[in-house]
Design a protein around this ligand. Structure first.
Ligand code: F6R
Length: 609
């Protein structure tokens, strides 16, 4: 996720910007840059790579000035490169912008600006903003930004500087975080508190739809419509480590809570204005090529593989194309039957997993078209695939994957709908129903997160055991696999996920008095069968925690504890039912005193086969 820093005061801004960007490094980034107003006008330095690369550029020719903006970029639109790094400027080089978020309508705005004679030098959505502000400027930067923002759709935070008003910094927040730091004769902007904590502990937290104009002597807060706002300063008494985690105890918990935003961002402009149709401009397949697909192979590792299991059900249900999901380390060696009519979908948060990359190359060697679902623009997987659907979850720092997994589910729902639209395999009313259901998910996840304490109590009970089971049927089984993996990797408790109907073929022998069983029963058509399987484990003394859809009172009669997820379409339940399981793993790990974010023996990116 991009990091923004801005400074206006009396000190040398370059040093403060670089220092602030270093404090935001934990957010993940692939390039960095600063713009400073100097005696030679607005000067920009930026480069792909770590901050050290930028620092060495600045070391050769420092930028001297007391107002500036800085940025660490985590690529969304366009690969990591010097040109795509922020800050971006307009053609006159009088306006400079740093941006975090996504401008959904940037293509139409860019076309309009090109028609007016603007020339673009990057692939980014951000560059559109600097040109747009320049084209709307009539002597007042605040008004120009307001006009520009009224034309922009999406979620974003901005820092804006113009040579015409070299004592003023403008900041905007719309769904992407931004804070204002208030000092003595100096003021700051930052996408997160750690960026400015060394200089001041007094901050204004901007709300959505608010903006600020900063000079060295003061800060004016206002709505995007220009109505002034008065607000109490917030005094930060966190230490820097807590501040990096936005007040959460661990990155994993922070990332679990970021899921509503990750869902919204991943859906973003991929649903059209009616909200009923999927638009996937990034998928270059023609309708003929889509009609020619005879089979889909989904290939991935670990959690991403589990997302692929849900993806299989989604594509088969919506597009009626046969799908196989494979673990990447097995795929290559089982001589899979891959033909030019096979679409291979590789799923990888990092885009660098060696086994997944090897599977991608094997698929291409056999002539298949490869679609990547990845969270990292410019990653190896993204570069080598034919088409890429980026999950806009933002960088995931905890080793245990949470928001990346659920964003992968959203990508599968969107792609499944896209195929169905093209192939006409389900009626339009159902497509509209699924699309509407998708848009309701973020709020429903929020309501689950609000019940974290209930899950914490269950987790504390579970944490005293050494073995447990997750059971479910159909999509519930796919989610059970993910819940079990999450628990294993961070709590070190042994667990197995079983297709509920399969237990009696051997594993039921392991069920003994008091063993915890997490039973998922969210699928209407499989509910009664799952209840029968629950009764089988209950009869042998298991202590059962049941997860079911709201409004369904039956499960409570057969299990020891229940947790209800908000009602949604059965196809969409994985995007909700996994959330209590993530929290369960988190709190069980915590109860056992483990290092939640860095579990033993594991790495975030597995680049060896
Ligand atoms: C588990 C986890 C791993 C990854 C797997 C694939 O929480 O994070 O199982 O899902 O190593 O990684 P990516 O998605 O980066 O290819």
């Amino acid at each position: 996720m991009c990091g923004i820093v801005g400074y206006v005061g009396k000190r040398n801004s370059q040093d403060i910007l670089i220092d602030g960007l270093k404090k935001l490094e934990y957010r993940g980034y692939d390039s960095a840059g600063v713009a400073v107003y100097t005696t030679d006008g607005l000067q920009v330095k930026k480069s792909k790579g770590r901050l050290a690369v930028l620092e060495s550029k600045l070391g050769e020719k420092p930028l001297s000035g007391t107002i500036g903006i800085g940025h660490t970029r985590w690529a969304t639109h366009g690969k990591p490169s010097d040109e795509n790094s922020h800050p971006h400027t307009d053609n006159s080089f009088k306006f400079s912008v740093v941006h975090n978020g996504i401008i959904e309508n940037y293509i139409s705005l860019k076309e309009e600006l090109i028609a007016q004679g603007h020339v673009f030098v990057s692939e980014t959505d951000t560059e559109v903003i600097s040109h747009l502000i320049a084209s709307l400027y009539e002597g007042d930067i605040v008004k120009a930004v307001q006009k520009a923002v009224s034309r922009m759709k999406g979620a974003f935070a901005l820092g804006v500087l113009t040579e015409y008003e070299p004592d003023k910094l403008v900041a905007v927040r719309l769904s992407s975080p931004l804070i204002i730091g208030v000092g003595e004769g100096e003021n700051f902007i930052g996408s997160d508190i750690p960026a400015i904590l060394e200089y001041t502990r007094n901050v204004y937290i901007l709300n959505d739809g608010e903006m600020a104009a900063l000079t060295r002597d003061g800060v004016e807060l206002m709505t995007l419509e220009g109505n002034f706002i008065s607000r109490e300063l917030f005094h930060v008494d966190w230490d820097i480590v807590t501040a990096e985690k936005a007040g959460f105890d661990h990155f994993m918990l922070k990332e679990i809570h970021e899921q509503p935003k990750a869902y919204r961002d991943t859906m973003g402009a991929r649903l059209d204005e009616s909200g009923q149709k999927v638009v996937l401009n990034e998928v270059g397949m023609t309708p003929e090529q889509i009609r020619a697909i005879r089979q889909v192979h989904i290939v991935a590792c670990g959690t991403a593989y589990h997302a692929g299991l849900v993806g299989k059900s989604v594509i088969e249900k919506l597009a009626r194309i046969p799908v196989e999901t494979d673990v990447a380390s097995e795929y290559r060696y089982r001589a899979p039957i891959i033909t030019p009519e096979t679409l291979v979908i590789v799923v990888s948060q990092s885009g660098e997993t060696a086994d997944t990359l090897a599977a991608l190359r094997e698929a291409k060697r056999c002539g298949a078209r490869v679609l990547a679902i990845t969270n990292v623009v410019g990653s190896s997987v993204a570069r080598e695939a034919d088409d890429v659907i980026v999950t806009w979850a933002g960088p995931e720092i905890a080793v245990a994957s949470t928001k990346a997994y659920t964003s992968q589910l959203i990508a599968f729902y969107l792609f499944g709908l896209y195929l169905a639209q093209t192939l006409g395999t389900v009626d339009e009313a159902y497509i509209a129903e699924v699309a509407a259901g998708l848009q309701e998910l973020p709020e429903k996840v929020e309501s689950i997160l609000a019940q974290a304490d209930t899950i914490k109590e269950i987790a504390e009970q579970v944490s005293t055991h050494d073995n447990l089971f997750f059971i479910g049927r159909g999509l519930d089984y796919a989610v059970a696999l993910e819940g079990s993996l999450k628990l294993k990797e961070i709590s070190y408790i042994h667990s197995e996920a079983y297709a509920a109907g399969e237990l009696k073929h051997g594993t039921l022998a392991l069920i003994e008095e008091g063993i915890p069983v997490i039973a998922l029963a969210t699928q209407d058509d499989l509910f009664e069968k799952t209840v029968s399987n629950i009764k089988e484990v209950k009869a042998r003394g298991a202590h059962v925690f049941g997860i079911h859809a709201e409004g369904d009172a039956e499960l409570a009669k057969v299990v020891d504890h229940t947790f209800a997820i908000p009602a949604t379409l059965p196809l969409l339940t994985p995007a909700l039912s996994v959330v209590p399981l993530q929290l369960l793993a988190y709190y069980a790990s915590l109860a056992r005193g483990n290092d939640v974010d860095k579990p033993r023996n594991l790495a975030k990116s597995v680049t060896v086969e």
